[in-house]
Design a protein around this ligand. Structure first.
Ligand SMILES: NC(=O)c1ccc[n+]([C@@H]2O[C@H](COP(=O)([O-])OP(=O)(O)OC[C@H]3O[C@@H](n4cnc5c(N)ncnc54)[C@H](OP(=O)(O)O)[C@@H]3O)[C@@H](O)[C@H]2O)c1
Length: 329
């Protein structure tokens, strides 16, 4: 079987994990091209992973990269332009979260994927993790009955470098787009789009949200309490409370969760341990490869409509928190 040929745009920290995880994909994979920014780090990346072709210009990468599929892992504000060009050249794309910095850009990419009939998926890797799949199946079995509320929080104490992508508005910095995207994703996955959104945040001098607290309310009576922070490290479990019990996803957003805990009211908790090899990014890769093989232009598990809804919600949160990337949108 011929290996699938990958091109990588943005050879930074997550791309490193993505490429090393290709070893765990069931079918043969190879990386044939990389597009980077600074020469030294791009050459080092290419050397580490034996990537034969190195580029610093997007047009050249597309023309000469000779890849079957591209993985985009650059800072947020670059996704739209890079993904658009790949799609216009009918190259399938897996692009890191958030797919774009706003809804308008996201719709433009989806339109481009449709018009080129070319696959596009947001790299919301946790959608494909065994733990999330287990939670979905426990809920489907009706273990909790109706969900009453969800609590989810992601905090990562980012290195205090004001020029890093975390704090730079020109790169789409801020806790919401980087971290809050995960709790928002989970609420959307389990409860759908909220009827009411309330959000507050604390802003940095440069005007990005260092922290964000979000409340979703649903007319059915459910709610979700969500948080993101670049100033504190949180390892709180996700808590899904239902009519019959609760599910906790322990240490939810990082490489490995110790497990999923199900506690039915008046019963002892049951822990389902979760284990996998590598970082866990290959679960989404398997989905991408399966969709491309089946000539789908989107994943049913993480559809274009889902990505649009997610960024639409984040636009609303950002507007309530007063974070604007106007100069870069
Ligand atoms: N799925 C996950 O778990 C996960 C985790 C972390 C991040 N992410 C997402 O992945 C993306 C990257 O995050 P990261 O933490 O990996 O950031 P990072 O370490 O800063 O990597 C970004 C890479 O993009 C390169 N780059 C910058 N401008 C470029 C351009 N014009 N063309 C090509 N490459 C360019 C950078 O090169 P220079 O350093 O030379 O500028 C760097 O190699 C973000 O969207 C983030 O939200 C996802």
């Amino acid at each position: 079987m011929e290996p699938v040929k990958w091109g990588i745009i943005g050879p930074g920290s997550i791309a490193r994990e993505f490429v090393s995880d290709l070893a765990f994909v069931k079918t043969p994979q190879e990386v044939v091209a990389v597009l980077g920014n600074s020469k030294d780090s791009t050459m080092e990346f290419a050397g580490t992973f034996n990537i034969p072709h190195v580029f610093f210009e997007l047009d050249e990468f597309i023309a000469k990269g000779n890849m079957n599929v591209v993985y985009v892992a650059t800072p947020h504000t670059l996704h739209h332009g890079q993904v658009m060009k790949c799609l216009q050249h009918r190259i399938p794309v897996l692009c890191e979260k958030p797919l774009t910095i706003n809804e308008t850009q996201c719709k433009e990419l989806v339109d481009a994927a449709i018009s080129a009939q070319t696959f596009l998926m947001e790299g919301m890797w946790i959608r494909f993790l065994p733990g999330i799949r287990l939670v979905m199946s426990l809920l489907k079995e009706g273990k909790l009955g109706e969900i009453v509320s969800i609590k989810a929080s992601m905090g990562y104490k980012a290195p205090p470098d004001p020029d890093s992508r975390y704090f730079d508005p020109a790169l789409g910095g801020g806790s919401l787009l980087d971290l809050g995207v995960y709790p928002v994703f989970l609420a959307l996955l389990l409860l759908g789009a909220p009827d009411t959104i309330k959000a507050v945040g604390t802003l940095s001098e440069k005007g990005i949200d260092e922290t964000c607290s979000i409340l979703f309310h649903y007319n059915k009576g459910q709610h979700a309490t969500l948080e993101s922070s670049l100033k504190s490290e949180t390892k709180l479990p996700v808590e899904i409370a239902g009519e019959k019990g609760t599910i906790k996803i322990l240490y939810p957003w990082f490489e490995k969760t110790p497990g999923i805990e199900l506690q039915l009211y008046n019963e002892a908790p049951v822990t389902y341990p979760i284990q996998w090899e590598g970082h866990g990014l290959y679960f989404e890769t398997e989905e991408v490869l399966s969709c491309i093989q089946n000539k789908q232009i989107e994943s049913k598990l993480l559809s274009h409509a889902f990505s649009i809804e997610m960024i639409k919600i984040m636009d609303e949160i950002r507007s309530q928190v007063n974070v604007s990337y106007t100069m870069h949108e």
